[in-house]
Design a binder for this molecule. Structure first.
Ligand code: NAD
Length: 354
């Protein structure tokens, strides 16, 4: 299954810590492979590998479309039998990453935290998402929300020929770390916002902070609005929800919003503009990637603002080439990997790679 599509797959077993981990490097055509580490109770080693392969390829596309000089990779640590994320386990994992000499750079993902990244950092420099105290950028969520906000302005231009969100209605599903921050940006921009969350405390906090209204979380996707903004779980765009949507566009932070790839076509048939999640939610990865140059918040913010252009380009490609935005997003990423990947192979007189 790894096939010729993947550059490298490395398994690691460390007897003393009990670490079992897999690092998948899908592509380094644009630079070192960046992607998070998932700590998860997998049913089998094969299931862990399947997940890592799928996610690594996704990171190649995400990083390429975000304009980063980074390839795509992903890692999984098999939680089964480890007895938790001990110092020993995480440091053994850091050593494993270090053996790849910077071809793979890790970050936080499901089941890992910023504190875990700090621990890994004690053994390797090839880790991002570390604390500001160690020169890192900390929690990526505010950066993700900032990026989604810029992407929404590009969506507004595509829909209405104007980037203003003033008076437009947004239905935000999930007001956790990203959703809450995004609602703040939307309210500042003069938007009319309705929210929902399965956690009542998160709803109360958002209503109190920004004076927005809330609805039943089972009904938020069916709320009449301009843009439905998924910021909770994946798979929310599916056979059940699509006929109930009352929006003009779907654009938000949640990963894997479409339950199946075919749902991109179903949205297009329903006349709803979809912004691929991996294009609009790249603020977090752009932010952590900046750590590789010595984190500079101002520079990172400028780079995150480029999500406006990235979204605009994908929507324009979709319109001009008559394909769904999902297909267009893949084409944009592949075109950059081909073009810039070729340039990176040009060698100078001393054999240096430029
Ligand atoms: P979070 O856990 O802080 O927030 C998710 C919120 O969704 C929680 O408040 C939770 O109660 C709520 N929720 C769960 N199920 C729900 C449902 N059925 N209906 C309504 N609300 C529901 O997570 P987050 O960091 O804010 O991330 C949100 C989404 O964005 C996730 O899909 C995540 O993968 C994606 N994402 C996050 C980042 C980031 O920087 N944090 C970056 C890229 C993508």
């Amino acid at each position: 299954m790894a096939g010729e599509d993947y550059e490298q797959v490395v398994f690691n077993y460390d007897r003393s810590s009990g670490l079992r981990a897999i690092i998948v490097i899908h592509s380094t055509a644009l630079g070192p492979a960046l992607g998070g580490t998932r700590y998860w109770q997998f049913d089998s080693e094969e299931a862990a590998l399947t997940d890592a392969l799928r996610l690594a390829k996704g990171m190649t596309y995400k990083n390429a479309a975000a304009g980063l000089d980074l390839g795509g990779g992903k890692a999984v640590i098999l939680a089964e039998g480890t007895g938790g994320k001990s110092e020993e386990l995480l440091r053994a994992y850091g050593r494993f990453i270090d053996t790849l000499g910077g071809r793979y750079i890790t970050a936080e993902d499901v089941g890992t935290t910023g504190d875990d990244m700090d621990m890994i950092h004690r053994e390797t420099r090839w880790v991002t998402g570390i604390s500001p105290a160690y020169g890192g950028s900390g929690d990526p969520s505010p950066a993700t929300a900032y990026g989604v906000m810029h992407g929404l302005r590009a969506v507004a231009i595509e829909l209405w020929g104007d980037p203003s969100l003033d008076g437009r209605r947004f239905a935000v599903q999930g007001v956790g770390k990203v959703g809450h921050a995004l609602v703040g940006h939307l309210v500042d921009a003069g938007a009319d916002v309705v929210v929902a969350d399965v956690n009542p405390e998160h709803v109360e906090r958002t209503v109190a902070d920004f004076g927005v209204t809330s609805v039943d979380p089972l009904k938020i996707h069916a709320e009449p609005c301009d843009v439905f903004v998924p910021c909770a779980l994946g798979g929310v765009i599916n056979d059940q929800t699509i006929p109930e949507l009352r929006c003009t566009a779907v654009a938000g932070a949640a990963n894997n919003q479409l339950l199946r790839p075919g749902h991109a076509d179903a949205l297009a048939e329903a006349g709803i503009l979809y912004t691929p999640d991996f294009i609009i939610n790249a603020g977090g990865v752009i932010n952590v990637a900046d750590e590789l140059n010595g984190y500079d918040e101002r520079r990172a913010r400028l780079r995150i603002e480029s999500i406006f252009r990235n979204v605009a380009k994908v929507l324009e490609t979709s319109r001009k080439e008559g394909v769904t935005p999902s297909v267009a997003a893949n084409r944009v990423a592949e075109a950059r990997i081909r073009a810039v990947g070729r340039i990176r192979q040009i060698r100078g007189p001393q054999g240096a790679t430029f």
